[in-house]
Design a protein around this ligand. Structure first.
Ligand code: GTP
Ligand code: MG
Length: 198
């Protein structure tokens, strides 16, 4: 698919306000600051498509982008989780929305789960994997900010995450990624094509 044709569609505060649950979409999830919005911008080659500088901890919206002017083909930027300064009650509310979206969204074809290569597999990441597994939803993990590590340590981090997830290898694929260096964009596009192509 031609991801650079992506354009902003709408933002929704809750599942009930999301666009019609038809067609196909892939969602980008991960802790706050993992690089979700930057990854969407790298994929679509548009610097400001997904906002990267939004202050975490205020309104958290589910942002939808359509691909190739087709509202039945969507990329979804999910609210980041794990931001320390958010009140507990608000965190629980986001968690509820995220889990509801992951459990019930019919058009969801796959989940792109982003983790900082230096801090992979947080407790919440594992919770996301658990929810995906319940639905047998395929997950593609991006170990982001790979440019922050030298080649050797980055590869070692990749191997470590792979070995920790080996029991899920049917559903889970993993790669290194850097929005800054545009590393791994082609591999990501190919994976998304598998999910979104009819
Ligand atoms: P929330 O929307 O708050 O959940 O964050 P996010 O996951 O969308 O992260 P975002 O894309 O806004 O990036 C957070 C910060 O990390 C920004 O300062 C980015 O410039 C930086 N960043 C993102 N990707 C990379 C990368 O590949 N390499 C480096 N060095 N920095 C990155
Ligand atoms: Mg973001």
């Amino acid at each position: 698919l031609n991801y650079p044709t992506a354009s902003f569609m709408t933002s929704a505060p809750t599942l009930a306000q999301c666009p019609s649950d038809i067609g196909a979409e892939v969602a980008f999830a991960g802790r706050s600051n993992a690089g979700k919005s930057s990854a969407i911008n790298a994929l679509t080659q548009q610097k400001g498509l997904a906002r990267t500088s939004r202050t975490p901890g205020r309104t958290q919206l589910i942002n939808f982008f359509s691909v190739a002017n087709d509202e039945a083909l969507r990329l979804v930027d999910l609210p980041g989780y794990g931001y320390a300064q958010v009140p507990e009650a608000v965190k629980l509310e986001w968690q509820r929305h995220l889990s509801e979206y992951l459990r019930e969204r019919f058009s969801l074809r796959g989940l792109v789960l982003l983790m900082d290569v230096r801090h992979p597999l947080t407790e919440f990441d594992q919770m996301m994997l658990g929810w995906a597994d319940k639905r047998e939803m395929p997950v593609h993990i991006l170990l982001t900010k790979a440019d922050k590590l030298k080649n050797g340590p980055a590869k070692a981090a990749l191997q470590k995450v792979r070995s920790r997830l080996h029991e899920w290898e049917d559903l889970v694929s993993i790669q290194l990624f850097s929005s800054l260096k545009r590393e791994g964009v082609d591999t990501l596009s190919q994976r998304l094509d598998q999910w979104l192509s009819p």
